[in-house]
Design a protein around this ligand. Sequence first.
Ligand code: SF4
Ligand code: FES
Length: 230
Amino acid sequence: MSVVDPTFDLDGQPVALQPGDTILTAAARAGLDIPHLCWSEEVSGSASCRLCTVLADGRPVAACVTPAVAGQKVDCRTASLATQRLRLLQMLFVEGNHFCPGCEKSGNCVLQVQAERAGMTDLNFEVLNPERPVDASHPDVLFEPNRCILCQLCVRASDEIDGKRVFAIGGHGIATRLLIDSPSGRLGDSALSVDDRAAHICPVGALLPKRVGFAVPIGQRRFDTEDTRG
Ligand code: SF4
Ligand code: FES
């Protein structure tokens, strides 16, 4: 007798699920992309970006933290969800300063590639142009807060992988920001090492190891050579 894995339906395709799966992890194992920014298989889910919102039996949920359920009907590619994703990405762009052509993360940036996949061609909203001082105090890692999308990946990596808790999220609303645990609040006085996973997990160009930004030339980077269609 053969044992058949239970499945759920994602945009008309059956997806096998295993115990402990979220909708996103099961889809990723099946090679199906659900757009995401704040999820990584290396750390626990935080559901902070909401880019992965799907409809599970008609109910909007964050796919990265919602358990996959056998027999469930999940929709990821509706016109309404596509518009919501586009607006969310546009809000992230206007809330910070994201000048892709001048950013050393270009071609390796998850925000940039998600915007491309969403078909983003304008900002739609008024640009806020914040002025947040760059923190270059660490000898090996730069923090550029104007590019931080508050995804909390560095927070979780520092806590769960490095065992240090160098980062936290503080403030409310538009004043929410990434905090650094050090006497001065600057990276150079913190316990962060360039060998920490937290120094490398940033999906955008906010936390950057120094002196390696152009080791891989533009045109040969991760998303330069991958199919970026969603
Ligand atoms: Fe996310 Fe990078 Fe900001 Fe950390 S510095 S919260 S990893 S965007
Ligand atoms: Fe699910 Fe960010 S990837 S909320």
